[in-house]
Design a protein around this ligand. Structure first.
Ligand code: ATP
Length: 318
C-alpha cells in the first residue's frame, strides 16, 4: 500500500499499467492496494481510462505522508509506521538492538502499553494522538542524556506552536502544556555503558484529538487548545524539523537552554517537589546547565534531578 501511495502522492494521474510496471506487481494487485487505500480513507479517484488520482488524504500517519512533509537532513530518515504497537519506545529499542541508524523514526496510531516515567501508563487510544519515538546515537556521556529530555520538550513545544499557533510552555522537566494543561508526555530511555551512550529512544506522545477524560483538570489535546481540528502528520513533521535544529545546535555545543528557560511555566513559581522519600516546597529559581531544577527552600537552595521527582504548582498542576 505504501508504494502505491508514494506514487499517487506525486499529484499526477498515474495509470494502473504504470503502477504495475514501476512496482513489478500485477494489475490485480494494483487494484487491491488502491482498494486498501480507499478503505483507509484516501480519496483515490478513477480518472476515465487514464488511471488514478489522489484527491484527498485522511488524517493518517502512514510513512509516505510523513516523508512528504519532512524538511530534515536526518531526523525521520527512515520513518516506519505501524497501526498498533505495544510501545513505540519498545519498538525503537528492538530496532536499536538490530543496528538501526541515528534518525530512525517509528510512529504508531495506537499503543497497547504506552508508558510514562517510572512505570506509569500513557493513555494511547487509536486515531486520537501521535505516538512516536526517534532513535538517536549521540556521541555523548550518559550524564548528558537528561539534557536531551529537556531539549525534546523544547522541540515539541516549538512544533506545537508551528502547527496550531497556540502558545506552548514547558513544565519542568518535560511536560508540554498549552493553557496550563498537559498535551504531551515524553519518555527518554537509553542503552549505554559507563562512559558512552549506545542509543537514546526519545519517545513522545501528543494528545491531538482527545485527552483522558478522567484527567480533564490537568490534560488537554491540541484540538481543544487550538479550537480547530489539527492534522497529525504535520505535527510529526514539525517536531522532526524543530528537533533536528535543536539537536544539531546541542551537538555543536551551542546554547539552547535560554530558549528552554523562556518557555518554562515552572520558573519563578512556588512548587511542590515530590520524591520517593520526601516532599518539599520552594520557589523554582533556575534550570542549571545540566538540566537540573534549582529550588529555593526555607533551608537554602536545593537541586533536583529530572527523573527523580514530580513537580507540581502548589495551586494546581503547573
Ligand atoms: P508529572 O511530572 O506531571 O508527575 P510525569 O512526567 O512523571 O508527570 P509522565 O511519565 O509524562 O508523567 O506521564 C505519566 C502520567 O501522565 C500518568 O501518571 C497520568 O497521570 C498522565 N497521563 C497518562 N496518559 C496521559 C495522556 N494521554 N495525556 C495527559 N496525561 C496523561
Amino acid at each position: 500500500m505504501d508504494e502505491v501511495l508514494r506514487l499517487l502522492l506525486g499529484g499526477e494521474v498515474v495509470s494502473g499499467a504504470q503502477i504495475s510496471e514501476r512496482l513489478g506487481i500485477t494489475r490485480a494487485a494494483v487494484w487491491k492496494r488502491v482498494e486498501q487505500l480507499r478503505a483507509a480513507g484516501y480519496d483515490v479517484q478513477a480518472v476515465g481510462r487514464r488511471g488514478y488520482r489522489l484527491a484527498a488524504c485522511p488524517d493518517a500517519l502512514d510513512a509516505p505522508l510523513i516523508e512528504r512533509g519532512l524538511r530534515t537532513a536526518w531526523a525521520g530518515r527512515p520513518t516506519l509506521f505501524d497501526r498498533r504497537v505495544d510501545s513505540t519506545n519498545l519498538w525503537a529499542r528492538r530496532l536499536a538492538a538490530q543496528g538501526a541508524q541515528h534518525g530512525t523514526l517509528v510512529v504508531a496510531d495506537e499503543q497497547t502499553a504506552g508508558r510514562g516515567r517510572r512505570g506509569r501508563m500513557w493513555t494511547s487510544p487509536p486515531d486520537e494522538g501521535v505516538f512516536m519515538t526517534l532513535l538517536l546515537r549521540p556521541k555523548a556521556h550518559p550524564s548528558q542524556v537528561a539534557q536531551l529530555t529537556l531539549l525534546t520538550a523544547l522541540a515539541v513545544a516549538e512544533a506545537i506552536e508551528d502547527v496550531c499557533g497556540a502558545q506552548a510552555q514547558i513544565k519542568w522537566p518535560n511536560d508540554v502544556v498549552v493553557g496550563g494543561k498537559k498535551t504531551c508526555g515524553i519518555l527518554l530511555e537509553m542503552g549505554a555503558d559507563e562512559s558512552q551512550v549506545d542509543f537514546v529512544a526519545a519517545g513522545v506522545g501528543v494528545n491531538v484529538h482527545a485527552s483522558p477524560p478522567d484527567l480533564s483538570d490537568m490534560a488537554t489535546c491540541l484540538d481543544a487548545a487550538c479550537g480547530r481540528r489539527v492534522l497529525r502528520a504535520p505535527v510529526v513533521c514539525a517536531f522532526m524539523a524543530r528537533f533536528e535544529a535543536r539537536y544539531d545546535a546541542f551537538a555543536r555545543g551551542e546554547d539552547w537552554m535560554t530558549a528552554y528557560r523562556a518557555r518554562s511555566v515552572t520558573l519563578g513559581r512556588r512548587v511542590r517537589v515530590m520524591g520517593v522519600d520526601e516532599t518539599f516546597e520552594g520557589i523554582a529559581q533556575d534550570v542549571d546547565a545540566s538540566g537540573a531544577l534549582v529550588v529555593q527552600t526555607q533551608d537554602g537552595p536545593r537541586t533536583v534531578l529530572a527523573g527523580d521527582v514530580s513537580v507540581r504548582g502548589v495551586m494546581g498542576y503547573v
